[in-house]
Design a protein around this ligand. Structure first.
Ligand SMILES: Cc1ncc(COP(=O)(O)O)c(C=O)c1O
Length: 402
């Protein structure tokens, strides 16, 4: 195959080069930019529905399953109403504002799973007033204080199996592990949690855990061990109907990653829960939204300083924080397929912070020039939703293609 025809690791049907020009969601990216200015996020609604559909297909092997899309990954209202209309799934929320937002986008209480931490009394009252919302309590204090506002409610308990998982074993992406974390109730306090629930006439129908983000196939043996560790909790709950495995399913971030094999993933789940009469719930954010979005920026500065060729763009870590905070690889992509003439450059944003470096020493076409657009892929999850207005550079448009 000629280099022209070779597909890059991130190319797929709805994202890639056609005749040398970058297309996203069936449209040349140049045309997308023509509709708005940069910085701009574009989301492919079809890809989001496909990602959910792939999960449904895989999970169909189980006795019963439910998917709750974690809207903390991307809460853009048109995207949520699209998921409501086409996704055949519920949503996972983690704050009163996310709950009200989910309602306003059409989700009913029974389609919403709520898992938060450090909850206020007002928040608990809101949950007491909405008994259909599936609430997972992550601390003794939550269960105790919820009892002030209601009784006879169904609740879930978020547990902490003291093991964590994350993209390439990245410790900062783990929610539980050797270090004691705030997330969920540990073994030592579980009996107390069940007693508090019983004292308030709560029925515990769900065991919930979310132990980290971004895992791929190489982490499945660890995922298996984590599921193993959760049986201790499950076995003690009489009225258990649901086991919620949280989110955490990852997507490839660079050429060394392979997509998570959902059949392998479901086999691990099946080995633990088949035949137990439980509905298995999952609440992925990244897996559904991340690869369905791109961030388009514009190059405004091309300049050599000492021995480094800098490429400055009109957006920084305030628009997509994960590569900077978690060190997740991110891929800059040019609108015209790269030529053989490449040079290593350092791509920097427009925020006055030393960590505002998108890429160090990254090969880019040596003809890159001021005024050229530059696209960052995998910008559909945890980019706009975590955005800040630092340096008052938070103006960006969000656009959903359906
Ligand atoms: C409780 C809970 N569920 C689901 C998610 C979604 O995780 P991910 O986007 O990695 O699938 C998170 C992420 O922080 C979470 O805290």
């Amino acid at each position: 195959m000629s280099p022209e025809k070779q597909r890059l690791w991130w190319e797929r049907q709805d994202l890639g080069y056609q005749d040398g020009h970058l297309f996203f969601s069936g449209t040349p990216v140049t045309d997308l930019i023509g509709l708005t200015s940069t910085p701009a996020f574009f989301y492919n609604g079809k890809r989001i529905v496909e990602n959910i559909g792939r999960l449904h297909d895989a999970l169909a092997q189980l006795d019963g399953h439910k998917i709750f899309y974690a809207i903390k990954a991307n809460r853009f209202a048109p995207l949520l109403t699209h998921v409501k209309a086409r996704g055949n799934c519920g949503v996972d929320v983690c704050s009163p504002n996310e709950l009200l937002h989910a309602f306003s986008c059409g989700f009913k209480g029974s389609e919403i799973s709520y898992t938060a931490n450090s909850m206020t009394d007002r928040e608990l009252k809101l949950l007491a007033d909405n008994p259909d919302v599936l609430l997972n309590c992550d601390s003794l204090s939550t269960i105790r204080r919820l009892g002030r506002f209601c009784s006879r409610r169904n609740i879930g308990i978020r547990v902490n199996p003291a093991m964590g998982i994350g993209y390439r074993d990245n410790e900062t992406l783990k929610y539980s592990g050797d270090k004691t974390t705030k997330f969920g109730i540990y073994k030592e306090q579980f009996a107390q949690a069940l007693k508090l629930a019983a004292d308030n006439n709560f029925t515990v129908d769900t065991i919930h855990f979310h132990t980290g983000c971004g895992y791929l196939n190489t982490q499945l043996p660890l995922f298996n061990q984590i599921l193993d560790a959760t049986h201790w909790f499950l076995d003690q709950v009489e009225d258990l109907a649901f086991v919620n495995l949280g989110g955490g399913l990852g997507v490839p971030h660079d050429a060394d990653d392979h997509a998570l094999n959902l059949d392998d993933w479901v086999s691990v789940i099946n080995a633990h829960f088949k035949g137990r009469g439980l509905t298995v719930c999952v609440e992925p954010g990244d897996y559904i939204a991340k690869d369905a979005g791109i961030l388009v920026l514009s190059v405004n500065t091309v300049e050599k300083k000492r021995h480094t060729d800098f490429v400055g763009v009109n957006g920084g870590f305030n628009l997509a924080i994960e590569p900077f905070f978690y060190g997740l690889p991110c891929e800059p992509v040019v609108l015209k397929k790269k030529t053989d003439h490449m040079k290593p450059v350092t791509i920097v944003g427009n925020i006055n912070e030393s960590l505002d470096v998108w890429k160090d020493n990254f090969p880019m076409p040596d003809q890159i020039k001021e005024g050229d657009p530059l696209v960052f892929i995998n910008a559909g999850g945890y980019a706009s939703s975590m955005m800040s207005n630092h340096c008052m550079r938070g103006q960006v448009s969000e656009n959903l293609m359906i």
